[in-house]
Design a binder for this molecule. Sequence first.
Ligand SMILES: [Zn+2]
Length: 483
Amino acid sequence: MTDHSPAVPPRDSGRPGRRYVIRGGTVMSMDPAVGDFESADVLVEGSRIVAVAPTIDAPDADVIDARGRVVMPGFVDTHHHLFETALRSYLPNGLLLNDGSGSPSADPSYMEHIIGRFAPAYRPEDVHINMLYGRLSQLDAGVTTVLDTSQIHHTPEHSDAAVQALADAGARSVVGYWAGDGRPESQFPQDARRLKEQYFSSTDQLLTMAIGGEVAGGADFGPVYAPVWTLARELDLQIAAHALGFLMDPILQGIARGDNGIALGPDVLFIHMVHISDQVWTAARDAGVRVSLAVPIEMAMRHGTPPLLKMQELGMEPSLSSDVETTMTADPFTLMRSTLTLQRMLVNAQIFDQPRAPENIWPTPAPGTPELLLDRDVLRFATLNGARDLRLGGTTGSLTPGKQADIVLLDATALNVAPMNSAPGAVVTLMDRSNVDSVIVAGTVRKWRGTLLDADLPGLRATLEASRDHLFTAAGLKQHLFP
Ligand SMILES: [Zn+2]
């Protein structure tokens, strides 16, 4: 028998050989071969899921009481600029670019203020605290895996600080090695060799590495991808890049054609994919390119209409990403709900716009109308698809025996949720981060009954505020709570 009390987390969770069973939860595995259970047990040993079944007899294992909880895989965010945490809510109205209108949305804009003025002011210690605090916040919200896409690798010391921050967070992260502000001491992209060897030589760890392979850059916004993509493929690093057609579609067409001896492939993750020509879309689909959509940001900051219907037409599915907390929260519930409601708005509008007689007040969808997205679809985007899109499909994204135990327990007894009448419906349409009861990464309990473990949040917040003060001073910008 175990001497473990259900009031505290299992001892030494995540250590090799340590076993515990998550008992009596409503299990939504996200793996069609495992299925869903109104009530089931999940057995974890070390870092892995061993079994998912209605009842598991494991007398030697500690117990986590999951009654009243939805037990599901942790969420995956496939694009987050974690370095901007100290600038949260700085740009609630800001557009991506200044459109010259003189409106409060045009100025300050994202490119002018965040990338142009704040980003160059980051020291390695700013990178560390911003990324650590932002990553812990997402862990608290149930995001067990994230791709960091911070364009903050100004020097090798900045890169070391980024890796250290994500390691210190104790969660699964993909470190995106991105170009910084182009200062002479930058060693982008060739420092990728050192980083890979120094930090990513083991495959048995929480951190993996990708590279920022932006397709356009420089003063003329010309094609800059070839050397980075070539190096990425030599080092077997995933390539991630923003794909904004209004700026880059001609270059993307060149990649789709195989210009410069570079081809699209399943190792490429394109972010946003707005204003993209059909030629590029078809080539991307055929090459197995992955697509990350930051739906709330794309809608608010004028990137373009998130291409949910285009992807549906092509038989593709996205993963979801939060992008920037300067302008919108990074919690996965907001991402799922925004995606669901936007797609349904677009399709519902099409249905009302069909030619019809005046007395036909509630038309049946015409043949060829896209299917409405369902709660389960956005859950898949936010879990399984995210893992797949970060080349972690065999590691995380579902409660599958053999995979890493990246698990969230969501409180379905809470005031904003009870009584539960549909598990996927409750998670997608009702829950928010307040319902994230417990979070497990690679078998280790990181959040327990509402409290993040092993994190000195007051101390970290003080450091983050000091970083924020430095950044405003160095950027020559004033802090105003009511700008
Ligand atoms: Zn981005």
